[in-house]
Every structure is written in structure tokens, then in C-alpha cells.
Design a binder for this molecule. Sequence first.
Ligand code: FES
Length: 284
Amino acid sequence: MGFQETIEIKTVEKRVRCYTMGTTVKLPMSSGFGETDRIDRWWTQPLWMGVALTAALVYTVLRLVFFDSQIHYENHRVTSPIFSPDIIHLWNLDVPNWANSAMLILWIPFGFRGTCYYMRKVYYRTFFASPSACMVAEPKISKKIGYRGERGLFFFNHLHRYMLYLALIILTMKYFDILHTMQFYSPNGQTSIGLSIGTIVLTIEAFLLTMYVTSCHAFRHLIGGGANRWRGSLGKFQGKMYEIVSGFNIHHGFWFWTSLAMVFLGDLFVWGVAEGVLSDPRIF
Ligand code: FES
């Protein structure tokens, strides 16, 4: 046969065999959960992603319900990313004692991340094992129930572009939070402009969130003018923007995880300073 390659695909006992240059590769099409011919540690990625998402969810619930007394500190106002934008304080809202800003606004970042195209891949792999990884068989139950598209509860995935519009508002307000951190109040009531570690922490968080939002597939469509073809000088500009955002989009998963991690690291920092465990020295 020399270098000539023959690929023959046969279905035998619900499996597909590929014959490539004398090598037989069995593709598990419908076998037991986790059955595969892969010899690498394919399960580590879905495992760690599942652990990370579960930890994020549990931490958020605990912080919202049981540990929400310290969400900022006051000599210059640095607000925890989880509770930001702190709309109750910003707009002087009259709410019950048990309510906090995160309870009012978290549905937006949750809705945005929950309907994210990358996030869908993550939760299909981690929580539904449908499939857990490439060339790894699904559990029989997944086969039985089967993927029926974005229907039922998954219908909300269609709302991703609308969640993007709301997420853009939240993102803009994050930059107002950074400005707040730069306003220092002295005991005699005077204010001055400065910068502290808290400002840097919130700036990093806002930057990572900006990269996550601007690398979004729906944002790319929006910035590209929602068109398939670009005409005229405006079209040229939109085409260029589409190209730039496509560059960000390649690393969308990276921006997803780093921005998510920074929300929690930022919260721990603010919580630590508010409790007196950490300090936030003024840099100038
Ligand atoms: Fe991930 Fe839009 S596709 S945020």
C-alpha cells in the first residue's frame, strides 16, 4: 500500500473502526460512561472545571446569604466585585435589611455567563457528561434522554445577546467603581484623589471582565454591525473591529476563567481589608 492511505469505516457492534495506515482506532459511539481508547488523562479538565464551578457557586451563595455584612470599606470606597455595582448604596434604594446589592444584580452576570457559548461546552462536559471529552462515550442515561437542542430550560440560551447588552451596562459601572476607589475621605471631611492596592485590584478585575465581554461571540456579531458583508467606509471599520474581536475570541475560555477567578480574589481582598485581616495602603 506504500504511503497511500486507505480509510475504511465500518459500523460493527455500534462502534466505528478507522483503518489508517494499518492502525485500527475504535471510536466509542455508544458504549458505557467514560469508555474510550484515549490513554491521556482526559478526565482532569472536566473534573477541575466542575470543581471550580461548584466552588464558585457555593462561595457566592454563602457570601450572599450568611456573610454579606462587609462588602466594602469606607475611608475610600472599595466595593467587592461580587456586590458591584452596589446599587443600593449608589441609588439610595429602600430595601429590607436582609437584602443586598448582589441579590438584585447578580442575575445579570449569572445569566450572561450561564448562556455563554463557552460555558455551555463546560457544563455539558462537566455536569451532563454529554460527552465528557472528545472520543469519550456518554453515559447511557445521556444517550437515552439525548440532546434535544436549546429547548425547555435551555431555551434561555437563546437570550445570550440580550444578556450581553445588560452585561455591558454592568461592565461600565465597574469603571465607576474604580473611580470611587480613587476618592479618599479624611476625618475632617475633606476629599482628595489617590490610588491604593484596592484600586489596582478592581482595575485588574475590570480589565479581565472587559476582555471576557469583548471576546464574546455575540459581541463580535454586534461590533461587526450584525452583517455578513461589509460595504462602504463604515462597513470597512466594522470589518476591522470584527477582525480584532475575533483575535480576542480565540482565547474566550481563558478570559472566562481569569475574570471569574478575579471576581472571587477581589472579593476576598475587600472582605479581608474590611475585617482588618489585610490592609490597603495608599500608594500616593
Ligand atoms: Fe461567552 Fe458570549 S459567548 S460571553
